[in-house]
Design a protein around this ligand. Sequence first.
Ligand code: CP3
Length: 362
Amino acid sequence: MMTPVFRHQDGRRGTIGTVTLDDTPFIRACRRLPVPHTPVWFMRQAGRSLPEYRRVRADIPMLEACARPDLIVEITLQPVRRYSVDAAIFFSDIMVPLKAVGVELDIQPGVGPVVGQPIRDIEGVKRLRGLEPTDVGFVTEAVRTLVGELGEIPLIGFAGAPFTLASYLVEGGPSKNHERTKALMYGRPDLWHELMDRLTDITIAFLKVQADAGASALQLFDSWVGSVAPDDYRRSVLPYSRRVLEAVGELDVPRIHFGVGTGELLGLMGEAGADVVGVDWRVPLDEAVRRVDPGKALQGNLDPAVLFAPWETVRERARDVVWRGRTAEGHVFNLGHGVLPDTDPDVLARLTDFVHEESGRL
Ligand code: CP3
């Protein structure tokens, strides 16, 4: 790809000459302003479904790739070269800040994050120190370079939300039932609070690093919080996610808040304070509008598995998402969760163009 030539005058907000990224469809939709077309990006657009990604990553472990600015930049740009997406997502992982504060962990192919010493007592919690910007200098460097390379395409920074991070730390790896995490949450509120409080600080620091270096929006991934009942969410999760979202509110970049299986939590997630609530594919967007208080944009929510059906089906399902999305005050088109590894990149390319066309002539 040609590198766009421009002068970067305001790193933090990404001003290009007289053009500001605030005018892009993605940022405008997040702020519930009128847009020429529904903006599109895909969770996990940078990653395993791209052959060029697999080539770059061939001999390099995931966490090593996440610490190398040259690879971060290259992998973040790969989907932007292929698709006419309206935003790029920073290539990293929710576990990167934990690794940076000294948690012994690995991200294993086909498995996910695996933690050497799971945290289940106060000694473990107390070992979790705060994140300093210098712990993740490679993130600052990569974001700065990307903001230059991306020109008028906004860069989304992200972090894991305290609950989802806690789940990996307490379980020691991926978990179906999150039983140890919930046992701690139900039965050891003192320990839970101390753990969540520390994770909240780490998450805030990691998001700030990205916004300070020039990211135009921030997404908080609470991927596994859908396993929690609403009362427990309100009591044991919401206060921490709210603290994260409030703390980054002062950075003046849109905040997106996403989880999977969160149909029963959408209202409460809205209360946590993001500008945009992410919706998985289980709740139609017009129903999500009813569940979330006014004053929010929505993001979502095509079932990632739909992309394996014939194109006519993909098109009809995508059209349905676009139309239902029109009932929201602002809509960012996305999948209901990440791109699945075997997805055909050509379908994503076609889908992006289709959503632009369909929404542009509504
Ligand atoms: O394109 C993007 O979205 C940007 C990159 C990104 C990755 N992880 C890269 C990655 C983002 C935003 C994440 C966030 C992340 N990581 C989440 C929240 C999003 C979600 O999917 O719900 C979670 C829960 C994790 C933890 C994690 N890391 C998992 C569950 C896995 C997958 C394990 C597997 O291989 O099935 C990872 C590894 C990971 N993170 C990969 C990528 C590209 C695959 C690593 C590889 O290529 O070997």
